[in-house]
Every structure is written in structure tokens, then in C-alpha cells.
Ligand binder design. Structure first.
Ligand SMILES: [Zn+2]
Length: 182
């Protein structure tokens, strides 16, 4: 088990903004990286993780599907993913392990998409995913391009910070309302 440190916004924003390069072959180093990514995601409350988030600028993402059905599946490994078809944009939830505490329900992402990639055995895969699963793939693909969900926040969107009050109750505090673009 090798859990790696997740890069955090804003302190490590410059690294999170780096565009990742294509993986050329599935060698021992790549396999070890995928293992570390799985170990890291396993202890995090997230549905996805990209290599850039642990400081490795290679186009590898892990996506956990099944949130729609209330049962998160083990991560699917996507190497060099390409989104080949996108459905209409719809607003929905976004949060990021690299941006802890901040969440929104307003970012626009495709209702469904088709992603083509290599799997962890270097076999081509193509899948059509929808709903939250599509949002996870789109969010992780953005990481490979150096984009963060905050980039999708428009002036009319609401961003919340999850805070714990003195009674230990978690509550959401709106940190930027309509018209308060950062
Ligand atoms: Zn993220």
C-alpha cells in the first residue's frame, strides 16, 4: 500500500493546472502508479482521482461509477481517455479531493458521454456513461487538461463551504452568491 499526498488548491494550484501527457506504455512504473492511485483513492471520500492530483502529469484517471444507484463501484482505470461524444449540458454536483470543503450543484457537464480509453491492462475500452458517472468522467478529464471545477463557476452559480459548527454539526455556508464572481 502506498498512499500518496493529494495536491491541494490553492497552495498547489500551479501544479494542478499543468496539462498531463499521454502514457506511452504500460510498464512497471505505470502499474505502480495506478496501484498508488487506487490506494490513495480508497481512503478518500471521492469518486475519482487523476494522476496529476498526486503530482504525476500522466493521462491516467480513476473513476468510480454507480453513485446514481447508491453503490459506488471499484474504480475503473482510464488511460489516455478521449471523450468522443457528449450529450447536452446539465447542471449538477461538483466537488474535488484537491479542493476540500467546497461544493456546488450548479456546474454544467454533459448529461451523458462516450469515453474511449485504454484500461489497466492496456486494452481499448469504450463506454457510454450518464448522470453522475458522466460528471465524474468529465471532471477527471478536465484534470488531465489542467482544469478545475471552479473554472466552470459562472456568476449565477452557488458555491458552498462545508463547515462544522461547535456542536459538531456539518452545515453548508454559501461563500459566493449570484453576481459575486471571483
Ligand atoms: Zn477533482
Amino acid at each position: 500500500m502506498a498512499q500518496r499526498k493529494v495536491l491541494l488548491y490553492p497552495r498547489e494550484e500551479a501544479r494542478l493546472r499543468k496539462k498531463s501527457t499521454r502514457v506511452k506504455k504500460l510498464d512497471a512504473t505505470t502499474k505502480a502508479l495506478i496501484k498508488d492511485m487506487k490506494d490513495t483513492l480508497a481512503i478518500q471520500p471521492g469518486a475519482g482521482l487523476s494522476a496529476v492530483q498526486i503530482g504525476v502529469f500522466q493521462r491516467i484517471s480513476l473513476c468510480c461509477f454507480g453513485q446514481n444507484r447508491g453503490e459506488m463501484q471499484p474504480p475503473v482505470v482510464l488511460i489516455n481517455p478521449e471523450i468522443t461524444e457528449r450529450g447536452p449540458l446539465v447542471s449538477g454536483f461538483d466537488g474535488c479531493l484537491s479542493i476540500p470543503g467546497l461544493v456546488t450543484w450548479d456546474t454544467l457537464r454533459p448529461e451523458w458521454l462516450v469515453v474511449r480509453a485504454l484500461d489497466e491492462h492496456w486494452q481499448p475500452v469504450e463506454m457510454r456513461v450518464e448522470g453522475i458517472d458522466a460528471r465524474v468522467v468529465d471532471h477527471e478529464f478536465d484534470h488531465l487538461e489542467g482544469r478545475l471545477f471552479l473554472d466552470l463557476m459562472g456568476p449565477d452559480m452557488h458555491l458552498f463551504h462545508s463547515e462544522t459548527d461547535e456542536d459538531g454539526e456539518e452545515r453548508l455556508v454559501e461563500i459566493r452568491g449570484p453576481g459575486q464572481h471571483r
